[in-house]
Design a protein around this ligand. Structure first.
Ligand code: SF4
Ligand code: SF4
Ligand code: FES
Length: 273
């Protein structure tokens, strides 16, 4: 175990943990926008900056999401210098996009009170890149990209673009977006991936073979199945999570017949106007 100090408190950390993770495990909240635990650090938003010092490191400002814990490190998360730098960063974000609720909350906690911003963009995207990375690195689809290219992602007018052919409709991009600039809208038998308020892709939804509920995009289900051994695939039933839970519970206990009755259920999705 490593010993370090965060805001005057002695804490322990395992080898490999970042300062952001150690602080979080101690209940010390450091604001973030481009960090997600499913992805590695990216270091773009800089909101997670802290002051760090150790016998081998002179006092410096660093992004805590990318700083690995090490023995003897002394961290300050809210010095006047850090608060002032974070306020400038939030101010910059506010002048670039239509402020979302999380951004407004950050502005409030940073002490920014001014209203009536005139943002350069007409959407809420802060160009953090989480959606691009999760689609490429976790889903393996690579359907999202910065319109102006990775090198020029701060050309604010252009934002991100979605390539329909590559998108499998999993919705992970919407799940990781910190400001709601991407959304998933299920309606009847279709799923829309909505980027900046516009439908960027529309996909057919798969129905549960037991209850008929729509539970995932067909293209996504096909992609998952294509990665499974052919022999195994033949025995797989297309079930929603609720029916899958019942099916396997019944199969495991052996007290109930494995074959489950067809149940009538409405899908719970809206009707498209
Ligand atoms: S919904 Fe499409 S764009 Fe979004 S993560 Fe999934 S594959 Fe990528
Ligand atoms: S759409 Fe969301 S996740 Fe993607 S870059 Fe913009 S703010 Fe980040
Ligand atoms: S969360 Fe660390 S730089 Fe964005």
């Amino acid at each position: 175990m490593l010993q370090l100090t965060i805001d005057g408190k002695r804490v322990e950390a395992q080898e490999g943990m970042t300062v952001l993770e150690v602080a979080g495990s101690e209940g010390i909240i450091i604001p973030t926008l481009c960090y997600h635990k499913a992805l590695g650090p990216y270091g773009v938003c800089r909101l997670c900056i802290v002051e760090a010092e150790s016998p081998s490191l002179r006092r410096t400002v660093v992004a805590s999401c990318a700083l690995k814990a090490r023995e003897g490190l002394v961290i300050e998360t809210a010095t006047p210098r850090i608060i002032s730098m974070r306020r400038t960063l939030v101010d910059l974000l506010l002048s670039g996009t239509v402020p979302s609720s999380p951004l407004k909350e950050l502005a409030r906690t940073s002490g920014i009170l001014r209203e009536g911003f005139r943002p350069e963009r007409t959407d809420q995207c802060i160009l953090c890149g989480l959606c691009v990375r999760v689609c490429r690195d976790s889903i393996g689809a690579g359907a999202l990209r910065f319109a102006a290219g990775e090198e020029n992602r701060y050309r604010v007018a252009e934002g991100i673009r979605l390539e329909e052919e590559r998108c499998v409709g999993c919705g992970t991009c919407a799940a990781v977006c910190p400001v709601g600039a991407i959304q998933v809208k299920d309606c009847a038998e279709e799923r829309d991936i909505v980027v900046y308020g516009e439908t960027a892709n529309r996909l057919k939804l798969e129905s549960c073979s037991c209850c008929g509920a729509h539970y995932a995009a067909q293209k996504f289900v096909d992609r998952v199945l294509s990665r499974i051994d052919e022999e195994l695939r033949a025995g797989i039933r297309k079930l929603c999570s609720e029916c899958a839970r019942r099916y396997y519970a019944e199969a495991l206990t052996g007290f109930f017949p494995v074959e489950i009755k067809k149940v009538q259920r409405t899908s719970g999705t809206e009707q498209r106007p």
